[in-house]
Design a protein around this ligand. Sequence first.
Ligand SMILES: C[S@@+](CC[C@H](N)C(=O)[O-])C[C@H]1O[C@@H](n2cnc3c(N)ncnc32)[C@H](O)[C@@H]1O
Length: 372
Amino acid sequence: MVNVEHDFHMAEGEGDWSYSKNSRRQEIVIRETKPIILSATIEVYTALLPKTMVIVDLGCSSGPNTLLFISYVIRVIADQCKTSEGDPVELQFFLNDLPGNDFNELFRALEKFKKSNIADQPGHAPPFYYVSGLPESYYNRLFPRQSVHIFHSSYCLHWRSQVPKGIDASRETYLNEDNIYITNTTTPDEVKQFQEQFHNDFSLFLKLRHEELVYGGKMVLVFLGRKDEDVYNGDLNQLFGLVARSLQSLVLKDLVEKEKLESFHLPVYGPSVAEVKEVVMQSKIFNMDQITLFEANWDPFDDSEGCDVHDSTRSSLNVAKCIRSVLKSLIVSYFGEAILDALFVEFRCLVAKHLEEEKTKFAVIATSLKKI
Ligand SMILES: C[S@@+](CC[C@H](N)C(=O)[O-])C[C@H]1O[C@@H](n2cnc3c(N)ncnc32)[C@H](O)[C@@H]1O
């Protein structure tokens, strides 16, 4: 059984296969959502004028992306403070992720970040800022009530707190066959389990953050979702379908036991915009200031806009490295390290074939919520 809190983390370190070297897609998404981050930060700062502003990055991981977020906030607050009198505001950042996250790598990168004065701007000094790590699942209370001004989370909230209980059964017959996420053969009942897990997790997340936010505090949440209302028709269905097919081919080669594969499912769900809106509306505790969906090529190094994949061999390698850095910990804890190389060789071949037929894109949902 997959234990998210215990087993899940991005590939550690700074090596070729690490998350920090393979998270360009996530970096670009943070760059694209910069205007939402800036306007939420300015709005909260100018409305509340706190002496200490508490800002939290949920699911920060171990790469440089969280530092990009920090630099945006420091710069925009420095800008706002240019004209203000009295004691300057101080910033307290908390970087949150699951306990298995490579916080050592993150704090080493933070030291370099501080020395590089990356957050400095010509003309005026940045505010003092302090950074702490917070290893715990964000499906728990993390802060005292009404103590946080801004929550940010990028590329995380499609991960569920657990595989839906009814799917992830240590039972005699396994559900969802040898699929690991929703595919064409997943039954409506099984789909419902994934949807309920999303509904319960996201409602809980909203409730917990509402307790922790000050009045007037805001959240900027960015995560993978689905463009189409049809739950069978999302790019995550296709992506994880290819991972499942790679695992199935290892079963045929006797590298993975069939039963083991049948009992493996991903704790993930990509909602549609309507599904996200529904949970927020039902919660009645946040105003949705904005929600948008944009698309991003699977290949993190393909910045082109059209529908053509120019080099499917290269793109498939880029996609495989990115997905391996994300899924490695779950695959290793469930199937063992020995299958990793073989699995991603298979996966890369399938991705190359897939991209020759269709340039699939991630559907990214970005929303800005205000506590009421
Ligand atoms: C793809 S990474 C994104 C990291 C970073 N925000 C970025 O944009 O590069 C997703 C992160 O979410 C974290 N995560 C997933 N579920 C979590 C949970 N319940 N609590 C805290 N972090 C979680 C994972 O450990 C992982 O580091």
